[in-house]
Design a protein around this ligand. Structure first.
Ligand code: B16
Ligand code: MG
Length: 217
């Protein structure tokens, strides 16, 4: 057991509500209405793929050029950045700061495997950047979650074999990515059929002691 790799949105902090607000605003500007249920399908999915899903949902996929789509995604991101700029350590999900501290004290390496290009900015706002030994740059990946690439890359960057790492995710696509990469998978509030190796209902259940117990079982 050498390393733990964290997803960001839904595991470290809840950015989904800000993504939703910004996407809703953008979608409405082009006549598409999305609700919270639809937003579930955007969790863990990269920015351009999220936009594609929204356009397809609204039946407007053929109406925009690549250039226009980039502009729409940029517009959403500006809106989103305004919303997350106000985040503080109070926005860290319950138990996560203690868990990071325990991992560091146990000599376990810590990585971030988020689809978000705003990951480093968010860690900084939450004042927890110093816990992270590595952050995977999602811009350098060929494929997003559920492809295993992001978690495999995290293991490589941490100098560990996948089976020496655990990955923590709140999205089904994320669990699929962890399982395919061969890490021990931990699912936060994911459905049973997502098949995590260990399932917790809330981030409060994440402690180094309990993770270790489930991992070696
Ligand atoms: P950005 P995660 C994902 O974060 C979000 O769940 C997803 O909704 C978002 O579209 C994606 O990051 C990209 O974010 O627009 O900031 O680059 O769950 O992989 O940490
Ligand atoms: Mg997530």
């Amino acid at each position: 057991m050498k390393a733990v790799v964290f997803d960001l949105d839904g595991v470290i902090t809840d950015t989904a509500k800000y993504h939703f607000r910004a996407w809703k605003h953008l979608a409405e500007s082009i006549g598409i209405h999305i609700d919270e249920a639809f937003n579930e399908h955007l969790k863990g999915i990269g920015r351009m793929d999220s936009l594609e899903r929204i356009l397809k949902f609204g039946g407007r996929a053929p109406d925009f050029s690549e250039e226009e789509k980039s502009r729409l995604a940029e517009q959403k991101n500006e809106d989103y950045r305004r919303l997350i700029a106000a985040m503080t350590p109070n926005d860290i999900l319950p138990g996560i700061q203690d868990f990071l501290e325990e991992l560091r004290n146990a000599g376990i390496k810590i990585g971030l495997a988020s689809a978000s290009k705003n990951g480093p900015f968010i860690l900084k706002s939450l004042q927890i950047s110093s816990y992270f030994d590595t952050i995977v740059d999602p811009a350098k990946l060929k494929k997003g979650k559920p492809d295993p690439e992001i978690f495999s890359t995290a293991a490589v960057q941490l100098g560990a074999e996948p089976r020496e790492c655990a990955g923590i995710e709140d999205a089904v696509a994320g669990i699929q990515s962890i399982n395919a990469a061969g890490l021990f998978s931990v699912g936060v509030g994911v459905p049973e059929d997502a098949r995590p190796d260990w399932r917790v209902a809330s981030t409060l259940e994440l402690t180094w002691d309990s993770l270790r117990k489930h991992w070696i079982e």
